[in-house]
Design a binder for this molecule. Structure first.
Ligand code: ADP
Length: 521
Protein backbone atom coordinates (compact mmCIF):
# COMPACT_ATOMS: atom_id res chain seq x y z
CA UNK A 1 0.00 0.00 0.00
CA UNK A 2 1.41 3.47 -0.81
CA UNK A 3 2.45 5.67 2.11
CA UNK A 4 -0.15 8.32 1.22
CA UNK A 5 -3.03 5.81 1.50
CA UNK A 6 -3.19 6.14 5.32
CA UNK A 7 -2.66 9.88 5.70
CA UNK A 8 -4.99 11.84 7.94
CA UNK A 9 -5.87 15.05 6.10
CA UNK A 10 -6.54 17.80 8.68
CA UNK A 11 -8.33 21.05 7.96
CA UNK A 12 -7.85 23.00 11.22
CA UNK A 13 -9.61 26.29 12.05
CA UNK A 14 -6.24 27.84 13.04
CA UNK A 15 -2.56 27.12 12.46
CA UNK A 16 -2.11 26.44 16.13
CA UNK A 17 -4.92 23.81 16.10
CA UNK A 18 -3.19 22.21 13.16
CA UNK A 19 0.14 21.90 14.96
CA UNK A 20 -1.48 20.43 18.08
CA UNK A 21 -3.44 17.89 16.01
CA UNK A 22 -0.37 16.83 14.02
CA UNK A 23 1.67 16.19 17.14
CA UNK A 24 -1.22 14.25 18.70
CA UNK A 25 -1.45 12.07 15.62
CA UNK A 26 2.32 11.63 15.44
CA UNK A 27 2.39 10.41 19.04
CA UNK A 28 0.04 7.60 18.01
CA UNK A 29 2.19 6.78 14.99
CA UNK A 30 -0.22 8.37 12.48
CA UNK A 31 0.83 10.62 9.63
CA UNK A 32 -1.12 13.86 9.47
CA UNK A 33 -1.12 16.47 6.72
CA UNK A 34 -2.41 19.95 7.42
CA UNK A 35 -4.42 21.55 4.62
CA UNK A 36 -4.74 25.30 4.89
CA UNK A 37 -7.90 25.54 2.79
CA UNK A 38 -10.59 23.30 1.26
CA UNK A 39 -9.00 23.65 -2.19
CA UNK A 40 -5.74 22.19 -0.80
CA UNK A 41 -7.74 19.41 0.87
CA UNK A 42 -9.28 18.51 -2.50
CA UNK A 43 -5.80 18.26 -4.06
CA UNK A 44 -4.46 16.12 -1.22
CA UNK A 45 -7.48 13.77 -1.44
CA UNK A 46 -6.56 12.97 -5.02
CA UNK A 47 -3.11 11.82 -3.85
CA UNK A 48 -4.50 9.39 -1.30
CA UNK A 49 -6.09 9.63 2.10
CA UNK A 50 -6.97 7.40 5.04
CA UNK A 51 -9.22 9.83 6.91
CA UNK A 52 -10.35 13.45 6.62
CA UNK A 53 -10.56 15.48 9.82
CA UNK A 54 -12.33 18.85 9.74
CA UNK A 55 -14.44 21.19 11.83
CA UNK A 56 -18.05 22.15 11.40
CA UNK A 57 -17.12 25.59 10.02
CA UNK A 58 -15.87 23.97 6.82
CA UNK A 59 -19.34 22.52 6.19
CA UNK A 60 -20.70 25.99 5.38
CA UNK A 61 -17.82 27.06 3.15
CA UNK A 62 -18.84 27.13 -0.58
CA UNK A 63 -15.38 25.74 -1.44
CA UNK A 64 -16.51 22.43 0.16
CA UNK A 65 -18.31 21.68 -3.12
CA UNK A 66 -15.10 20.48 -4.81
CA UNK A 67 -14.39 18.09 -1.90
CA UNK A 68 -18.00 16.79 -2.00
CA UNK A 69 -17.72 16.27 -5.76
CA UNK A 70 -14.51 14.27 -5.27
CA UNK A 71 -16.10 12.11 -2.55
CA UNK A 72 -19.11 11.41 -4.77
CA UNK A 73 -16.90 10.23 -7.61
CA UNK A 74 -15.04 7.56 -5.65
CA UNK A 75 -14.83 4.05 -7.13
CA UNK A 76 -17.36 1.57 -5.71
CA UNK A 77 -14.94 0.08 -3.17
CA UNK A 78 -13.91 3.46 -1.74
CA UNK A 79 -15.68 5.55 0.92
CA UNK A 80 -13.15 7.88 2.61
CA UNK A 81 -14.15 8.33 6.26
CA UNK A 82 -14.67 11.93 7.37
CA UNK A 83 -14.49 12.92 11.07
CA UNK A 84 -16.24 16.25 11.80
CA UNK A 85 -15.60 18.14 15.04
CA UNK A 86 -18.93 19.94 15.68
CA UNK A 87 -19.86 22.69 18.08
CA UNK A 88 -22.78 20.77 19.46
CA UNK A 89 -25.26 23.18 17.89
CA UNK A 90 -28.79 22.18 17.05
CA UNK A 91 -28.75 20.27 13.72
CA UNK A 92 -30.25 22.22 10.81
CA UNK A 93 -31.65 20.69 7.58
CA UNK A 94 -28.86 22.44 5.62
CA UNK A 95 -26.23 20.83 7.82
CA UNK A 96 -27.90 17.41 7.58
CA UNK A 97 -27.83 17.69 3.81
CA UNK A 98 -24.09 18.40 3.78
CA UNK A 99 -23.40 15.60 6.27
CA UNK A 100 -25.38 13.23 4.04
CA UNK A 101 -23.23 14.16 1.06
CA UNK A 102 -20.06 13.55 3.07
CA UNK A 103 -21.33 9.91 3.17
CA UNK A 104 -19.05 8.07 5.61
CA UNK A 105 -19.11 10.64 8.39
CA UNK A 106 -18.50 10.56 12.17
CA UNK A 107 -19.67 13.56 14.17
CA UNK A 108 -17.81 14.45 17.42
CA UNK A 109 -19.20 17.22 19.64
CA UNK A 110 -16.65 19.72 20.89
CA UNK A 111 -15.01 20.13 23.26
CA UNK A 112 -13.64 16.68 22.51
CA UNK A 113 -10.86 14.99 24.43
CA UNK A 114 -7.67 14.07 22.61
CA UNK A 115 -8.38 10.41 23.46
CA UNK A 116 -11.84 10.44 21.87
CA UNK A 117 -10.60 12.16 18.76
CA UNK A 118 -7.73 9.73 18.34
CA UNK A 119 -9.93 6.71 18.85
CA UNK A 120 -12.43 8.04 16.28
CA UNK A 121 -9.60 8.59 13.77
CA UNK A 122 -8.17 5.14 14.42
CA UNK A 123 -11.57 3.45 13.97
CA UNK A 124 -12.01 5.35 10.71
CA UNK A 125 -8.56 4.23 9.54
CA UNK A 126 -9.38 0.60 10.30
CA UNK A 127 -12.51 0.92 8.15
CA UNK A 128 -10.43 2.52 5.42
CA UNK A 129 -7.97 -0.41 5.51
CA UNK A 130 -10.85 -2.84 4.96
CA UNK A 131 -11.82 -0.81 1.90
CA UNK A 132 -8.27 -1.24 0.60
CA UNK A 133 -8.56 -5.00 1.15
CA UNK A 134 -11.77 -5.05 -0.88
CA UNK A 135 -10.03 -3.01 -3.60
CA UNK A 136 -7.17 -5.53 -3.69
CA UNK A 137 -9.64 -8.43 -3.89
CA UNK A 138 -11.47 -6.73 -6.75
CA UNK A 139 -8.20 -6.13 -8.57
CA UNK A 140 -7.21 -9.75 -8.09
CA UNK A 141 -10.61 -10.87 -9.33
CA UNK A 142 -10.33 -8.63 -12.38
CA UNK A 143 -6.85 -9.94 -13.14
CA UNK A 144 -8.03 -13.55 -12.76
CA UNK A 145 -11.00 -12.88 -15.01
CA UNK A 146 -8.75 -11.28 -17.61
CA UNK A 147 -6.46 -14.33 -17.44
CA UNK A 148 -9.44 -16.66 -17.80
CA UNK A 149 -10.71 -14.68 -20.78
CA UNK A 150 -7.27 -14.76 -22.30
CA UNK A 151 -7.02 -18.52 -21.73
CA UNK A 152 -10.47 -18.99 -23.25
CA UNK A 153 -9.51 -16.93 -26.28
CA UNK A 154 -6.28 -18.90 -26.72
CA UNK A 155 -8.27 -22.16 -26.40
CA UNK A 156 -10.64 -20.97 -29.14
CA UNK A 157 -7.70 -20.03 -31.32
CA UNK A 158 -6.08 -23.38 -30.65
CA UNK A 159 -9.30 -25.23 -31.54
CA UNK A 160 -9.64 -23.22 -34.73
CA UNK A 161 -6.03 -23.87 -35.75
CA UNK A 162 -6.24 -27.53 -34.78
CA UNK A 163 -9.42 -28.09 -36.76
CA UNK A 164 -8.03 -26.16 -39.71
CA UNK A 165 -4.76 -28.11 -39.71
CA UNK A 166 -6.59 -31.44 -39.34
CA UNK A 167 -8.74 -30.65 -42.35
CA UNK A 168 -5.78 -30.38 -44.71
CA UNK A 169 -4.56 -34.00 -44.57
CA UNK A 170 -8.18 -35.17 -44.77
CA UNK A 171 -8.76 -33.77 -48.23
CA UNK A 172 -6.34 -36.10 -50.07
CA UNK A 173 -7.40 -39.07 -47.93
CA UNK A 174 -11.02 -38.49 -48.83
CA UNK A 175 -10.24 -38.06 -52.50
CA UNK A 176 -7.96 -41.11 -52.43
CA UNK A 177 -10.81 -43.21 -51.10
CA UNK A 178 -13.05 -42.04 -53.92
CA UNK A 179 -10.34 -42.93 -56.44
CA UNK A 180 -10.05 -46.43 -54.96
CA UNK A 181 -13.81 -46.78 -55.10
CA UNK A 182 -13.82 -46.00 -58.82
CA UNK A 183 -11.27 -48.78 -59.48
CA UNK A 184 -12.12 -52.43 -60.09
CA UNK A 185 -11.88 -54.32 -56.79
CA UNK A 186 -8.83 -56.64 -56.70
CA UNK A 187 -10.32 -58.72 -53.89
CA UNK A 188 -13.78 -59.54 -52.52
CA UNK A 189 -12.94 -57.86 -49.17
CA UNK A 190 -11.95 -54.61 -50.88
CA UNK A 191 -15.41 -53.03 -50.98
CA UNK A 192 -16.14 -53.78 -47.33
CA UNK A 193 -12.87 -52.27 -46.14
CA UNK A 194 -13.38 -49.22 -48.32
CA UNK A 195 -16.90 -48.69 -47.00
CA UNK A 196 -15.59 -48.90 -43.44
CA UNK A 197 -12.87 -46.34 -44.23
CA UNK A 198 -15.45 -44.03 -45.81
CA UNK A 199 -17.65 -44.24 -42.72
CA UNK A 200 -14.78 -43.49 -40.35
CA UNK A 201 -13.59 -40.67 -42.56
CA UNK A 202 -17.09 -39.17 -42.57
CA UNK A 203 -17.09 -39.35 -38.77
CA UNK A 204 -13.71 -37.57 -38.49
CA UNK A 205 -14.83 -34.86 -40.91
CA UNK A 206 -18.01 -34.33 -38.89
CA UNK A 207 -16.12 -34.00 -35.60
CA UNK A 208 -13.61 -31.58 -37.08
CA UNK A 209 -16.35 -29.51 -38.68
CA UNK A 210 -18.09 -29.24 -35.29
CA UNK A 211 -14.84 -28.16 -33.64
CA UNK A 212 -14.20 -25.57 -36.29
CA UNK A 213 -17.76 -24.24 -36.10
CA UNK A 214 -17.60 -23.90 -32.32
CA UNK A 215 -14.30 -22.05 -32.54
CA UNK A 216 -15.67 -19.76 -35.26
CA UNK A 217 -18.90 -19.01 -33.42
CA UNK A 218 -16.97 -18.27 -30.22
CA UNK A 219 -14.82 -15.79 -32.13
CA UNK A 220 -17.85 -14.27 -33.87
CA UNK A 221 -16.56 -15.51 -37.22
CA UNK A 222 -19.68 -17.20 -38.54
CA UNK A 223 -21.87 -15.10 -40.76
CA UNK A 224 -25.26 -16.40 -41.75
CA UNK A 225 -26.21 -16.21 -45.40
CA UNK A 226 -29.93 -15.66 -44.80
CA UNK A 227 -32.55 -15.95 -47.48
CA UNK A 228 -36.25 -16.82 -47.66
CA UNK A 229 -36.29 -20.55 -47.03
CA UNK A 230 -39.06 -23.14 -47.18
CA UNK A 231 -38.69 -25.64 -44.38
CA UNK A 232 -40.02 -28.79 -46.14
CA UNK A 233 -36.92 -28.57 -48.25
CA UNK A 234 -34.73 -28.31 -45.15
CA UNK A 235 -36.41 -31.41 -43.69
CA UNK A 236 -35.68 -33.32 -46.92
CA UNK A 237 -32.04 -32.30 -46.97
CA UNK A 238 -31.49 -33.06 -43.27
CA UNK A 239 -33.13 -36.49 -43.60
CA UNK A 240 -30.97 -37.18 -46.60
CA UNK A 241 -27.77 -36.30 -44.70
CA UNK A 242 -28.71 -38.68 -41.87
CA UNK A 243 -30.13 -41.46 -44.03
CA UNK A 244 -27.13 -43.84 -43.72
CA UNK A 245 -27.08 -43.54 -39.93
CA UNK A 246 -30.84 -44.00 -39.57
CA UNK A 247 -30.83 -46.97 -41.95
CA UNK A 248 -27.86 -48.62 -40.19
CA UNK A 249 -29.80 -48.60 -36.91
CA UNK A 250 -33.01 -49.73 -38.69
CA UNK A 251 -35.00 -46.83 -37.23
CA UNK A 252 -38.44 -46.07 -38.58
CA UNK A 253 -38.85 -42.41 -39.57
CA UNK A 254 -42.30 -40.83 -39.35
CA UNK A 255 -43.02 -37.44 -40.86
CA UNK A 256 -45.77 -35.11 -39.62
CA UNK A 257 -45.35 -32.18 -41.94
CA UNK A 258 -47.65 -29.20 -42.32
CA UNK A 259 -49.48 -29.43 -45.67
CA UNK A 260 -48.76 -25.77 -46.44
CA UNK A 261 -45.29 -24.25 -47.03
CA UNK A 262 -43.57 -22.81 -43.95
CA UNK A 263 -41.21 -19.93 -44.69
CA UNK A 264 -38.40 -18.49 -42.58
CA UNK A 265 -35.43 -16.18 -43.21
CA UNK A 266 -32.49 -18.45 -42.67
CA UNK A 267 -29.14 -19.78 -43.78
CA UNK A 268 -30.02 -22.99 -45.59
CA UNK A 269 -26.79 -24.90 -44.88
CA UNK A 270 -26.91 -23.96 -41.18
CA UNK A 271 -30.54 -25.01 -40.74
CA UNK A 272 -29.87 -28.33 -42.47
CA UNK A 273 -26.95 -28.72 -40.06
CA UNK A 274 -29.20 -27.96 -37.05
CA UNK A 275 -31.94 -30.39 -38.05
CA UNK A 276 -29.43 -33.00 -39.23
CA UNK A 277 -27.76 -32.80 -35.83
CA UNK A 278 -31.05 -33.39 -34.00
CA UNK A 279 -32.04 -36.29 -36.25
CA UNK A 280 -28.51 -37.74 -35.95
CA UNK A 281 -28.73 -37.54 -32.14
CA UNK A 282 -32.16 -39.18 -32.18
CA UNK A 283 -30.62 -42.01 -34.21
CA UNK A 284 -27.58 -42.23 -31.92
CA UNK A 285 -29.41 -42.18 -28.61
CA UNK A 286 -32.20 -44.61 -29.56
CA UNK A 287 -31.68 -48.38 -29.46
CA UNK A 288 -31.72 -50.04 -32.89
CA UNK A 289 -35.14 -50.45 -34.46
CA UNK A 290 -36.48 -47.32 -32.76
CA UNK A 291 -38.83 -44.64 -34.01
CA UNK A 292 -37.94 -41.07 -34.96
CA UNK A 293 -40.66 -38.54 -35.68
CA UNK A 294 -39.92 -35.31 -37.51
CA UNK A 295 -42.61 -32.64 -37.27
CA UNK A 296 -42.93 -29.36 -39.09
CA UNK A 297 -45.62 -26.82 -38.32
CA UNK A 298 -46.23 -23.28 -37.19
CA UNK A 299 -47.52 -21.82 -33.98
CA UNK A 300 -47.98 -18.23 -32.80
CA UNK A 301 -45.97 -16.67 -35.61
CA UNK A 302 -43.16 -19.21 -35.24
CA UNK A 303 -42.13 -22.04 -37.49
CA UNK A 304 -41.58 -25.17 -35.43
CA UNK A 305 -39.38 -28.14 -36.23
CA UNK A 306 -39.46 -31.01 -33.75
CA UNK A 307 -37.51 -34.25 -33.64
CA UNK A 308 -38.88 -36.89 -31.25
CA UNK A 309 -37.48 -40.33 -30.52
CA UNK A 310 -38.35 -43.26 -28.29
CA UNK A 311 -34.76 -43.68 -27.16
CA UNK A 312 -32.74 -43.36 -23.95
CA UNK A 313 -34.44 -40.10 -22.90
CA UNK A 314 -33.07 -37.49 -20.53
CA UNK A 315 -33.25 -36.92 -16.77
CA UNK A 316 -34.93 -33.59 -15.86
CA UNK A 317 -31.67 -31.99 -14.68
CA UNK A 318 -30.06 -32.67 -18.06
CA UNK A 319 -32.75 -30.99 -20.18
CA UNK A 320 -31.01 -27.62 -20.21
CA UNK A 321 -27.45 -28.80 -19.53
CA UNK A 322 -27.21 -30.87 -22.73
CA UNK A 323 -26.97 -27.60 -24.67
CA UNK A 324 -23.76 -26.61 -22.85
CA UNK A 325 -20.43 -27.18 -24.54
CA UNK A 326 -18.74 -30.57 -23.97
CA UNK A 327 -21.68 -31.95 -21.93
CA UNK A 328 -22.51 -35.61 -22.39
CA UNK A 329 -24.83 -37.69 -20.24
CA UNK A 330 -22.85 -40.27 -18.27
CA UNK A 331 -23.31 -43.78 -19.56
CA UNK A 332 -24.63 -42.62 -22.91
CA UNK A 333 -21.29 -42.11 -24.55
CA UNK A 334 -20.28 -45.75 -24.68
CA UNK A 335 -23.36 -46.70 -26.65
CA UNK A 336 -23.30 -43.65 -28.87
CA UNK A 337 -21.18 -43.46 -31.97
CA UNK A 338 -18.73 -40.97 -30.58
CA UNK A 339 -18.96 -37.22 -30.32
CA UNK A 340 -17.43 -34.34 -28.47
CA UNK A 341 -20.53 -33.02 -26.75
CA UNK A 342 -20.55 -30.06 -29.12
CA UNK A 343 -23.49 -30.82 -31.40
CA UNK A 344 -26.30 -29.43 -29.25
CA UNK A 345 -24.30 -26.41 -28.18
CA UNK A 346 -23.79 -25.65 -31.88
CA UNK A 347 -27.49 -26.23 -32.52
CA UNK A 348 -28.45 -23.74 -29.83
CA UNK A 349 -25.98 -21.09 -30.94
CA UNK A 350 -26.98 -21.38 -34.59
CA UNK A 351 -30.69 -21.27 -33.75
CA UNK A 352 -30.17 -18.22 -31.53
CA UNK A 353 -28.21 -16.50 -34.31
CA UNK A 354 -31.41 -16.91 -36.33
CA UNK A 355 -33.45 -15.28 -33.55
CA UNK A 356 -34.99 -18.61 -32.57
CA UNK A 357 -35.03 -20.97 -29.59
CA UNK A 358 -34.47 -24.67 -29.03
CA UNK A 359 -35.60 -26.78 -26.10
CA UNK A 360 -35.48 -30.38 -24.99
CA UNK A 361 -38.28 -32.35 -23.39
CA UNK A 362 -38.31 -35.87 -22.01
CA UNK A 363 -40.53 -37.79 -19.64
CA UNK A 364 -37.32 -39.24 -18.14
CA UNK A 365 -34.58 -41.81 -18.74
CA UNK A 366 -35.72 -44.57 -21.10
CA UNK A 367 -38.77 -42.60 -22.21
CA UNK A 368 -37.49 -40.85 -25.34
CA UNK A 369 -36.79 -37.18 -26.00
CA UNK A 370 -38.18 -34.37 -28.11
CA UNK A 371 -36.08 -31.44 -29.33
CA UNK A 372 -38.05 -28.48 -30.69
CA UNK A 373 -36.65 -25.59 -32.70
CA UNK A 374 -38.80 -22.46 -33.06
CA UNK A 375 -37.88 -19.80 -35.62
CA UNK A 376 -39.57 -16.52 -36.54
CA UNK A 377 -41.86 -17.33 -39.49
CA UNK A 378 -42.05 -15.05 -42.52
CA UNK A 379 -44.55 -14.51 -45.30
CA UNK A 380 -43.87 -16.42 -48.53
CA UNK A 381 -41.72 -14.38 -50.93
CA UNK A 382 -43.76 -12.97 -53.81
CA UNK A 383 -42.08 -15.11 -56.46
CA UNK A 384 -42.80 -18.28 -54.50
CA UNK A 385 -46.56 -17.98 -54.28
CA UNK A 386 -46.99 -20.35 -57.24
CA UNK A 387 -47.46 -24.01 -56.24
CA UNK A 388 -44.15 -25.75 -55.91
CA UNK A 389 -42.89 -29.28 -55.54
CA UNK A 390 -40.64 -30.57 -52.80
CA UNK A 391 -37.47 -32.40 -53.61
CA UNK A 392 -37.76 -36.07 -52.79
CA UNK A 393 -35.10 -37.39 -50.41
CA UNK A 394 -32.43 -39.52 -52.06
CA UNK A 395 -29.26 -38.40 -53.78
CA UNK A 396 -29.80 -37.42 -57.38
CA UNK A 397 -27.46 -39.06 -59.86
CA UNK A 398 -24.59 -36.66 -60.58
CA UNK A 399 -25.06 -34.83 -63.84
CA UNK A 400 -22.75 -36.18 -66.49
CA UNK A 401 -20.08 -33.76 -67.68
CA UNK A 402 -18.11 -33.49 -70.86
CA UNK A 403 -14.40 -34.21 -70.70
CA UNK A 404 -12.66 -31.04 -69.52
CA UNK A 405 -9.10 -29.81 -69.20
CA UNK A 406 -8.60 -29.25 -65.50
CA UNK A 407 -5.62 -27.75 -63.70
CA UNK A 408 -5.21 -28.23 -59.95
CA UNK A 409 -2.85 -25.84 -58.11
CA UNK A 410 -2.16 -26.79 -54.50
CA UNK A 411 1.09 -26.90 -52.49
CA UNK A 412 -0.27 -29.93 -50.64
CA UNK A 413 0.96 -32.32 -53.34
CA UNK A 414 -1.00 -35.28 -51.97
CA UNK A 415 -4.24 -33.31 -52.09
CA UNK A 416 -3.54 -32.06 -55.63
CA UNK A 417 -2.51 -35.51 -56.93
CA UNK A 418 -5.48 -37.29 -55.38
CA UNK A 419 -7.90 -34.76 -56.87
CA UNK A 420 -6.24 -35.18 -60.28
CA UNK A 421 -6.53 -38.95 -60.05
CA UNK A 422 -10.22 -38.66 -59.27
CA UNK A 423 -10.81 -36.14 -62.08
CA UNK A 424 -9.02 -38.49 -64.49
CA UNK A 425 -11.15 -41.41 -63.29
CA UNK A 426 -14.17 -39.26 -64.20
CA UNK A 427 -12.82 -38.93 -67.73
CA UNK A 428 -11.27 -35.43 -67.51
CA UNK A 429 -7.76 -34.43 -68.51
CA UNK A 430 -6.31 -33.22 -65.25
CA UNK A 431 -2.86 -32.20 -64.09
CA UNK A 432 -1.45 -30.75 -60.90
CA UNK A 433 1.05 -28.01 -60.08
CA UNK A 434 2.32 -27.26 -56.59
CA UNK A 435 3.02 -23.52 -56.66
CA UNK A 436 1.35 -20.42 -58.01
CA UNK A 437 4.01 -19.63 -60.60
CA UNK A 438 4.17 -23.25 -61.83
CA UNK A 439 0.38 -23.16 -62.06
CA UNK A 440 0.40 -19.99 -64.18
CA UNK A 441 3.02 -21.50 -66.47
CA UNK A 442 0.98 -24.70 -66.87
CA UNK A 443 -2.17 -22.65 -67.56
CA UNK A 444 -0.41 -20.87 -70.44
CA UNK A 445 0.52 -24.22 -72.00
CA UNK A 446 -2.69 -26.12 -71.24
CA UNK A 447 -5.46 -23.51 -71.64
CA UNK A 448 -7.55 -25.29 -68.98
CA UNK A 449 -11.36 -25.14 -68.89
CA UNK A 450 -11.30 -25.21 -65.09
CA UNK A 451 -8.63 -24.30 -62.53
CA UNK A 452 -8.93 -25.43 -58.91
CA UNK A 453 -6.56 -23.23 -56.94
CA UNK A 454 -5.51 -23.25 -53.28
CA UNK A 455 -5.34 -19.77 -51.70
CA UNK A 456 -2.38 -20.16 -49.36
CA UNK A 457 0.44 -20.93 -51.79
CA UNK A 458 4.14 -20.46 -50.97
CA UNK A 459 5.11 -18.11 -53.82
CA UNK A 460 2.14 -16.41 -55.47
CA UNK A 461 -0.97 -16.32 -53.37
CA UNK A 462 -3.99 -18.05 -54.98
CA UNK A 463 -5.88 -14.76 -55.34
CA UNK A 464 -2.96 -13.29 -57.29
CA UNK A 465 -2.95 -16.40 -59.53
CA UNK A 466 -6.68 -15.88 -60.18
CA UNK A 467 -6.24 -12.17 -60.88
CA UNK A 468 -3.43 -12.86 -63.40
CA UNK A 469 -5.42 -15.57 -65.15
CA UNK A 470 -8.36 -13.17 -65.44
CA UNK A 471 -6.10 -10.54 -67.03
CA UNK A 472 -4.79 -13.03 -69.59
CA UNK A 473 -6.98 -12.89 -72.75
CA UNK A 474 -5.80 -16.40 -73.68
CA UNK A 475 -7.60 -17.74 -70.58
CA UNK A 476 -10.94 -16.26 -71.56
CA UNK A 477 -13.86 -18.39 -70.31
CA UNK A 478 -11.83 -20.38 -67.77
CA UNK A 479 -13.74 -21.32 -64.62
CA UNK A 480 -11.71 -20.45 -61.52
CA UNK A 481 -12.48 -22.26 -58.28
CA UNK A 482 -10.85 -21.35 -54.96
CA UNK A 483 -10.06 -24.25 -52.62
CA UNK A 484 -9.36 -23.06 -49.11
CA UNK A 485 -9.63 -23.84 -45.44
CA UNK A 486 -11.23 -20.47 -44.72
CA UNK A 487 -14.84 -20.03 -45.68
CA UNK A 488 -16.34 -16.99 -43.99
CA UNK A 489 -18.12 -14.23 -45.86
CA UNK A 490 -15.04 -12.02 -46.01
CA UNK A 491 -12.92 -14.84 -47.51
CA UNK A 492 -15.62 -15.48 -50.09
CA UNK A 493 -15.83 -11.82 -51.00
CA UNK A 494 -12.04 -11.63 -51.38
CA UNK A 495 -12.12 -14.68 -53.68
CA UNK A 496 -14.88 -13.23 -55.78
CA UNK A 497 -13.05 -9.90 -56.06
CA UNK A 498 -9.89 -11.72 -57.21
CA UNK A 499 -11.89 -13.26 -60.05
CA UNK A 500 -12.83 -16.69 -58.71
CA UNK A 501 -16.21 -18.04 -59.89
CA UNK A 502 -16.62 -20.34 -56.90
CA UNK A 503 -15.17 -20.75 -53.43
CA UNK A 504 -15.05 -24.23 -51.87
CA UNK A 505 -14.02 -24.87 -48.29
CA UNK A 506 -11.67 -27.77 -47.56
CA UNK A 507 -12.04 -30.66 -47.20
CA UNK A 508 -14.09 -30.32 -50.35
CA UNK A 509 -16.41 -33.20 -51.09
CA UNK A 510 -16.21 -34.76 -54.51
CA UNK A 511 -19.93 -34.04 -54.95
CA UNK A 512 -19.14 -30.33 -54.65
CA UNK A 513 -16.36 -30.63 -57.23
CA UNK A 514 -18.76 -32.55 -59.48
CA UNK A 515 -21.41 -29.85 -59.07
CA UNK A 516 -18.97 -27.08 -59.97
CA UNK A 517 -17.91 -28.95 -63.11
CA UNK A 518 -21.50 -29.69 -64.07
CA UNK A 519 -22.55 -26.06 -63.55
CA UNK A 520 -20.00 -24.74 -66.07
CA UNK A 521 -21.67 -22.59 -68.69
P1 ADP B 1 -22.59 -35.64 -28.59
O1 ADP B 1 -23.74 -36.32 -29.27
O2 ADP B 1 -21.42 -35.41 -29.46
O3 ADP B 1 -22.24 -36.26 -27.28
P2 ADP B 1 -24.40 -33.38 -28.31
O4 ADP B 1 -24.10 -31.97 -27.87
O5 ADP B 1 -25.05 -33.57 -29.61
O6 ADP B 1 -23.02 -34.15 -28.22
O7 ADP B 1 -25.30 -34.02 -27.19
C1 ADP B 1 -24.94 -33.85 -25.83
C2 ADP B 1 -25.49 -34.97 -25.00
O8 ADP B 1 -26.92 -34.88 -24.96
C3 ADP B 1 -25.21 -36.34 -25.59
O9 ADP B 1 -23.95 -36.83 -25.19
C4 ADP B 1 -26.36 -37.17 -25.02
O10 ADP B 1 -26.02 -37.61 -23.72
C5 ADP B 1 -27.51 -36.17 -24.89
N1 ADP B 1 -28.48 -36.28 -26.01
C6 ADP B 1 -28.47 -35.60 -27.17
N2 ADP B 1 -29.52 -35.94 -27.95
C7 ADP B 1 -30.21 -36.89 -27.28
C8 ADP B 1 -31.39 -37.65 -27.55
N3 ADP B 1 -32.09 -37.51 -28.68
N4 ADP B 1 -31.80 -38.51 -26.59
C9 ADP B 1 -31.11 -38.65 -25.43
N5 ADP B 1 -29.99 -37.98 -25.12
C10 ADP B 1 -29.54 -37.10 -26.02
Amino acid sequence: MSASAERVLVLPPTRRDGEVTLSLLARSGLEGVVCTALAALGEQLAQGAGVVLLTEDALFDPALESVLAWLEQQPPWSDVPVVVLARGRQATPAMDRVLGRLRNVTLLDRPVSARSMLSAVQAALRARRRQYQIRDQLLLQERTQAELRDGDRRKDEFLATLAHELRNPLAPLRTGLAVLQAMPAPDARFAGVLAMMERQMGQIVRLIDDLLDVARISRGKIELVRQPLELHEVVDAALESCAPMVAAARHEVRLKLAPQPVWVDADRARLVQVLGNLIGNAAKYTPDGGRITVELGSRGGCAELAVADNGVGLAPEMLTRVFDMFVQVQGCVSRSQGGLGLGLSLVRRLVEMHGGTVDARSAGPGLGSTFTVALPQRAPPVAASAPHTYRVAGAPAPASVNALRVLVIDDNADAADALCLWLQSMGHAACARYSGSAGLQAARALRPDVVFCDIGLPDLDGREVAARLRRDPAQHGVTLVALTGWGNLNDRQLSSRAGFDAHLTKPVSLEEIGRVLAARP
